[in-house]
Design a protein around this ligand. Structure first.
Ligand code: IMP
Ligand code: MG
Length: 177
């Protein structure tokens, strides 16, 4: 038998402070603009809902659900769209809000796709960044926290659809019982 063990990595208080800082940065950068925030389902639901409530921008919200085709594909255009945006993004300022950047494949493909659809600008706000996992060059514009190469759950992120509702971020490891 194996069991899931957690170790708290980032507390709810620390998350709250950092999300407020990110909201201030984004608010300053988009002053006077009406960006479309694209929440990438399902992992960034919690982060995105906290983030947008901390800004006073006149933003619009849309959602997308994507999956990368495979870990071995590093060229652009290798994502499968499970749920597409509801609105056209031509001429719009887009802020993609994602839970975590690991290999970078998903976001590299997605930013390219949205730019090709005629967005005026495309930036990425990632709650977590695991730079050691990169398999393609990708640098998010806004990052909550950089973490080492551990598997994390909580604050929207899952392991087999579990643990998304934890209010903090935990490192997950399997132990034999
Ligand atoms: P990538 O950057 O294309 O490898 O994709 C990142 C996606 O992989 C994220 O949006 C998550 O869905 C998932 N992911 C990567 N690392 C973790 C983790 O530590 N916990 C939970 N999901 C992860
Ligand atoms: Mg994801």
């Amino acid at each position: 038998m194996t069991a899931d063990r957690f170790q708290q990595l980032i507390s709810a208080e620390k998350i709250d402070r950092r999300v407020s800082e990110l909201a201030r940065l984004i608010e300053n950068d988009y002053d006077g603009k009406n960006p479309i925030v694209v929440c990438i389902l399902k992992g960034s639901m919690v982060f995105c809902s906290d983030l947008i409530r901390k800004t006073e921008l006149q933003l619009r919200l849309d959602t997308m659900s994507v999956s990368s085709y495979g870990k071995d594909t590093v060229t652009s255009g290798n994502i499968k769209i499970i749920k597409d945006l509801d609105e056209s993004i031509a001429g719009e300022d887009i802020i993609i809000v994602e839970d975590i950047v690991d290999s970078g494949i998903t976001l590299k493909s997605l930013t390219k796709l949205l730019a090709e659809r005629g967005a005026k600008s495309v930036r990425v706000c990632a709650f977590l960044d695991k730079p050691s996992g990169r398999r393609t060059e990708f640098v998010p514009d806004y990052v909550g926290f950089e973490i080492s190469d551990v598997f994390v759950v909580g604050y929207g992120m899952d392991y087999a659809e579990k643990y998304r509702n934890l209010p903090y971020v935990a490192a997950l490891r399997k132990v034999e019982e």
